[in-house]
Design a protein around this ligand. Structure first.
Ligand code: HEC
Ligand code: HEC
Length: 384
């Protein structure tokens, strides 16, 4: 087989073949970096770093699109058609490894090839479910406002399940690489850096197609354009939070209920809680907060029609479930307690916060009822 008109060029020092082109190698190591970045920001970073998580995810998305196109138009060893093999080929390969006479492949062996496919599919599904979760739960991203909280929440769970699967696949992939390196006496991690493999070890030469970079560029540009047009086509959803923007001052609410504390966003309690509260204002947490009959009726109507059920934010969906003992306290709801359990109780007493029900002290977007992770002020900064 002549190597002269192939992408797999013989190196000057002989003995070594260039198997992994520069594009595939850069893809591989950038993907490693971005997956590590996304894992760290997904698990360990504070909530207000969500933008980083999303940015890393967007980077992975671009890499995946590039790699899928490169799997069709890249040089031989990087092409899907050369490493996606039949189950019989996979079994044959595994049997040859077990027998002690493994068959060496220039590119991915048949078992490794399927691992690449599994990794690419899992990553793609993680990105898609992440995008839907971001839209449904956080009301952010290109699908914001088009996905319900319920669907977003379900996708968040699937997103997390797929990440667990990814973190089973990655060690298996690494174990496979180490095993093959040992058997083949060839450092395959080095190969993914230099791109080269020793010729002597290779028994099966790869299919020797040339890369078609112009085709790849056209496809990548086309897909980018399509995504952009799709994004513009989605337009802006008229009520991204599941409700038209709401203003506390417009309806006299801030005046009637904002005298002693922040005028709580109506989405933070269910209708039944507001109803009880409005009918017991003469004994309101030990205070007399009575209103004239007119204003009382007005507030009753306002709070009940704009209560939790009328919104689709995470806060509204989660805070619908109130405490049995204190159904009128947002700060007694199980979700509220769970989310704020790491905040030391005495920090609320600091001058800049004052009370745990002073939501806007720590949530910059409290007025809108959105309560996005990015708008959380670092309470440590605040408290210090
Ligand atoms: C006279 C002062 C006063 C007025 C007026 C007042 N409140 Fe309150 N409100 C309080 C006090 C005091 C508490 C208890 C604060 C605490 O224990 O941290 C409270 C607590 C609350 C809470 C529970 C906060 C939590 O911890 O989850 C809500 C909700 C609330 N008020 C809504 C309203 C609404 C709605 C109105 C208008 C109809 C109103 N308040 C008017 C004094 C007032
Ligand atoms: C002392 C600062 C502070 C105050 C006051 C405070 N919060 Fe928070 N809140 C936080 C922090 C910090 C987090 C993030 C916790 C975490 O990392 O999971 C948070 C998380 C949340 C979340 C979940 C956000 C998400 O996407 O995971 C909601 C909803 C929320 N708070 C609502 C409220 C409401 C409603 C009030 C007022 C009744 C309030 N908070 C008062 C600091 C505060």
């Amino acid at each position: 087989m002549s190597l002269s008109h192939t992408s797999v060029s013989r190196q000057a020092s002989a003995q070594e073949l260039l198997i992994w082109d520069k594009g595939t190698r850069i893809f591989h190591w950038m993907l490693v970096l971005l997956v590590v970045g996304d894992a760290l920001t997904g698990w360990m970073a504070p909530k207000w770093m969500l933008n980083w998580h999303v940015a890393f995810g967007a980077g992975i998305g671009m890499l995946l699109i590039w790699r899928i196109v490169w799997g069709v138009y890249g040089p031989g060893p990087s092409r899907f058609e050369n490493f996606i093999r039949s189950p019989a080929a996979v079994l044959g390969h595994l049997r040859s490894v077990a027998s002690g006479h493994p068959r060496w492949h220039a590119g991915h062996n048949p078992a490794g090839g399927w691992m690449i496919v599994a990794l690419l599919i899992t990553l793609t599904l993680i990105l898609i479910t992440g995008l839907i979760a971001l839209a449904g739960e956080e009301k952010q991203g290109i699908l914001a406002g088009w996905i319900s909280y319920g669907v977003g929440h379900l996708c968040k769970e699937i997103h997390e399940g797929l990440v667990t699967l990814l973190f089973v696949l990655i060690p298996t992939h690494i174990a496979g690489v180490i095993l093959e390196s040992l058997l083949e006496r060839e450092n395959l991690i080095r190969s993914m850096i230099t791109g080269k493999k020793r010729l002597t070890a290779i028994q099966t030469l790869p299919e020797l197609q040339q890369a078609k970079p112009v085709h790849a560029l056209i496809w990548n540009s086309g897909i980018a354009l399509l995504l952009w047009v799709g994004y513009l086509g989605l337009g802006e959803h008229p009520a991204p939070l599941g409700h038209a923007p709401w203003s506390a001052s417009a309806a006299g609410y801030a005046k009637a209920c904002g005298e002693c504390h922040w005028s709580f966003h109506p989405s933070l309690l269910p209708e039944s809680s507001w109803q009880t509260m409005i009918s017991t204002l003469d004994n309101h947490f030990g205070e007399n907060a009575s209103l004239s009959e007119d204003v009382r009726r007005q507030m009753d109507d306002l709070l009940r029609t704009n209560a939790a059920h009328a919104w689709d934010t995470k806060a509204a969906n989660q805070l619908r479930r109130v405490s049995k003992e204190e159904p009128m306290r947002i700060t007694a709801a199980p979700y509220w307690l769970k989310k704020h359990r790491h905040i030391p109780a005495d920090s609320y007493a600091s001058k800049s916060i004052g009370s745990k029900s002073n939501c806007p002290a720590c949530h910059q977007d409290a007025e809108s009822g959105h309560f996005t992770p990015q708008a959380i002020r670092n309470p440590k900064e605040k408290i210090a």
